[in-house]
Design a protein around this ligand. Structure first.
Ligand code: NAP
Ligand code: G4F
Length: 324
């Protein structure tokens, strides 16, 4: 039985990846960061909790001894590094902590692999935020596009991306970067724009809220479904060579487009949307559209969910939960 260790197992992606790997026959271990409200911490992994309860361990990406203890004992076949302070706007408020979890955290894991489990294959959750406002002439970002980040989060992810490449070349560690564009689901944190829009719209429809307050409506993102993207993560580690791959849908939509679809579907007037400078970033990434042809050619991966199917699932989730 192959073993996998996931940092960030209770996050959006960690929870879907865990379900996917269990279905594929892996024994899955997970790292939990200590939280005072223990009972809330595992809600995304409740449906599989019994299968993995014995394999969950407290550790922290910034706490090297905690990582070394686990990696040297488990010696996992695959290590997926999904843990991070993953909110771009919050990274402007907490730049040091963001950098520590992402940059220092990634070095810590690679050092553990180097010293105590050199056969472990390593997946790094790299991000389209690393590109900043670089766009190729054809409107896409791809692996060769210059990476000039515009946020502390993007900058920390770029450091981690480079350190992965450096450890791969220097120490022959099987370490790959998945450069993932935005991916969403009903499990997305509600302070990310997609789930904020879906949830607030259902609240307005049910008379529980008056308005939706957003920041920049013109920003464009390449939004896919998290379930599709965790399949890509496993394919990247099972590819014959370690490498760096863009994972995206190849389509882009604005925040306004997202709102238009949700509000039209729920028959809510658009004047319920307001804007506030509170949600504007000091430095904004304007537009993302990823070319995933390298990943498709190497592994056969392509997205299964459409943009609208993904939004429909998010709306249905809130309709069920808010009516409860
Ligand atoms: P998420 O829902 O915010 O999950 C992040 C996970 O990291 C949570 O389990 C969190 O635990 C854990 N974590 C935070 N700080 C930690 C620390 N110091 N030590 C150990 N664990 C820590 O993020 P996601 O959307 O699943 O994304 C997964 C990864 O992919 C992240 O690295 C993110 O930056 C990257 N990424 C995401 C996207 C996207 O669109 N979703 C795109 C590209 C890259 P708690 O919940 O207990 O705090
Ligand atoms: O949903 P967002 O906060 O996601 P963002 O900043 O693109 O970051 C996500 O995707 C990255 C991949 O490119 C990941 F690496 C990262 O971990 C995270 O998962 O914001 C999307 C867009 C931004 O342009 C933002 O300015 O929506 C705009 N926006 C407008 N109003 C808002 C709001 N964003 C948030 N969070 N809240 C608003 O009220």
């Amino acid at each position: 039985m192959k073993t996998a260790l996931i940092t960030g197992i209770n996050g959006q992606d960690g929870s879907y990846l865990c379900e996917h790997l269990l279905q594929e026959g892996y024994k899955v271990y997970g790292i939990l960061k200590r939280n005072s409200v223990t009972e809330n911490q595992t809600f995304r992994i409740n449906s599989i909790f019994d299968e993995i309860a014995d394999n969950l361990e407290y550790a922290d990406l910034t706490d090297m001894p905690s990582l070394l203890r686990l990696i040297s004992t488990i010696k996992p076949d695959h290590l997926y590094n999904l843990g991070a302070q993953s909110h771009v706007q919050i990274s402007f408020n907490q730049p040091v902590y963001t950098s520590k979890t992402i940059s220092e955290g990634t070095i810590n894991l690679l050092e553990c692999i180097k010293s105590s489990s050199p056969k472990t294959k390593f997946y790094q959750a790299s991000s389209s935020e690393m590109f900043g406002n670089s766009i190729e002439k054809d409107g896409f970002q791809r692996e060769s596009t210059p990476m000039i980040p515009v946020s502390p989060y993007g900058s920390a992810k770029l450091f981690a991306y480079n350190i992965v490449r450096i450890y791969r070349k220097s120490y022959k560690i099987f370490a790959s970067n998945g450069i993932l564009f935005n991916h969403e689901s009903p499990r997305r944190g509600i302070n990310f724009v997609t789930n904020k829009i879906a949830r607030e719209a259902v609240m307005i429809k049910n008379g529980l809220s008056d308005k939706l307050v957003l920041g920049n409506l013109q920003a464009k993102r390449d939004w896919g479904h998290a379930k599709d993207y965790v399949r890509a993560m496993e394919m990247i580690l099972n590819h014959k060579e370690p490498d760096d791959f863009v994972c995206a849908t190849g389509q882009t939509h604005s925040v306004q487009d997202f709102c238009d679809y949700v509000f039209k579907k729920l028959n809510i007037p658009m004047n319920k949307i307001e804007t506030s400078s509170k949600y504007l970033r000091p430095y904004e990434l304007e537009e993302l559209k990823g070319d995933f042809s390298k990943l498709k050619n190497a592994t056969g991966w392509k997205p299964e969910y459409t943009f609208h199917e993904m939004i429909d699932e998010m709306i249905e989730h809130w309709e069920k939960n808010i009516s409860k």
